[in-house]
Design a protein around this ligand. Structure first.
Ligand code: SF4
Length: 376
């Protein structure tokens, strides 16, 4: 099996109020220089590797100019890409016209992930999104008409002044467009974002915890009724359209990350790239990579990550796989914590797998953090 490749494009037209991703607005003048460095990094890191999934995320990758995309296209042409690759590009409404989408198709992209977040224009405005609902629908239809048969739509819940009917409306309208995949994340208010500041000043009116839980429960049952299988805490898809790239992360498989702030997991080590665009360009141009931190995972690190990443998936973690990887049984390492949460009704054993129950998903952070090993 080949490796997965993540490519980061850190440009956005403007910054959303909640965003703490590595993305910058007002840096358009650096786009071409960045793309040149990015292509060099991709070529060097993927040399002699067979690539099984590619995910170009951001930022807003489709905000890149046609010229920049042509460079990327030439770069991907020389990589050793597996035949049945899953190749995703993230897109924001209004940033990809037919010409760009056609170029993406020609370079082998077969999955588009488009950010909507909410159906109501008043909420989109509050979030600082660059688009209206109508622009989202227009973009979705253009993507479909350009021949993309695998589309994900991102939506959010727990937004300021969002009601349960608002969220219902969002899901109902999204489902009417028949995307193959829907990601449904709750808003996390991050420090250092405009929402973070508003929250600290008591000026961010968020739904009550109970209400937010209601939104999540609604998503799970509504999407199931509509034929979307929940395969991860926040991800739902039609059968056969689970995101293979993200499953790589949850199954603790190897991946290469290229671009500013990208992370990699290769040969048992975790690497992190420079976040600053200019520093990133300088580093790649002078030494061929932009790694600023490298850490060799210990066996304990890998066991922990295997458990808490794997438990995000509805199928859970596989006991035989644990044994194959670590040469010791899951019970030997985690018997106490597994028994505790099984008794609480938060974990369940099904055949060779251990997974979170519906109640367990509601308290998943607490359960997962208990899989951190005592290193004394
Ligand atoms: S479009 Fe995405 S990456 Fe860009 S600012 Fe908004 S949330 Fe952040």
């Amino acid at each position: 099996m080949g490796v997965s490749l993540y490519v980061h494009v850190p440009f956005c037209k403007s910054k959303c109020m909640y965003c703490d991703f590595c993305s910058y607005s007002g840096f358009e003048k650096r786009m071409m220089e960045y793309t040149h460095a990015l292509c060099n990094e991709i070529l060097l890191s993927c040399k002699n590797k067979s690539i099984d999934t590619i995910f170009i995320g951001g930022g807003t990758p489709t905000y890149l100019s046609l010229e920049a995309w042509s460079l990327l296209k030439d770069t991907f042409k020389v990589l050793n890409i597996e035949k049945n690759i899953e190749f995703t590009v993230e897109c924001n409404p209004g940033t990809a016209d037919e010409e760009k989408l056609r170029l993406l198709r020609e370079m082998g992209v077969n999955r588009i992930s488009i950010g909507l977040q909410a159906w109501q224009d008043r909420l989109l405005k509050k979030l600082g999104r660059i688009h209206s609902r109508d622009e989202f629908v227009r973009s979705f239809n253009i993507i479909r008409s350009c021949g993309f048969e695998n589309i994900n739509v991102d939506v959010m819940f727990g937004l300021p002044s969002q009601s349960i009917p608002d969220f219902r409306d969002t899901l109902e309208n999204v489902v009417k467009l028949h995307p193959e995949h829907i990601s449904c994340y709750s808003l996390i208010v991050e420090e250092g974002t405009p929402f973070g500041e508003m929250y600290d000043k008591g000026r961010l009116e968020l739904p009550e915890e109970e209400e937010e839980r209601g939104m999540y429960e609604y998503a799970v049952s509504f999407l199931k009724k509509k034929g979307y299988m929940q395969y991860e805490i926040s991800n739902f898809s039609r059968e056969g359209f689970e995101c293979r790239h993200n499953i790589t992360y949850w199954k603790l498989r190897e991946y290469i990350g290229c671009g500013a702030a990208a992370h990699s997991y290769m040969g048992g080590s975790r690497y992190r790239n420079e976040e600053d665009i200019e520093e990133y360009i300088k580093a790649v141009n002078s030494r061929g990579d932009a790694v600023v931190e490298k850490r060799q995972n210990t066996m304990e690190d890998d066991m922990e990550e295997f458990m808490f990443m794997g438990l995000r998936m509805i199928e859970g973690v596989n006991k035989s796989e644990f044994y194959r990887r670590f040469g010791t049984s899951m019970a030997e390492v985690y018997e106490e914590v597994i028994n505790k949460y099984t008794e609480f009704g938060f974990l369940v054993e099904k055949g060779d797998n251990i997974s979170l129950t519906e109640a367990g998903i509601q308290v998943s952070n607490t359960v997962m953090s208990d899989f951190i090993l005592d290193r004394d």
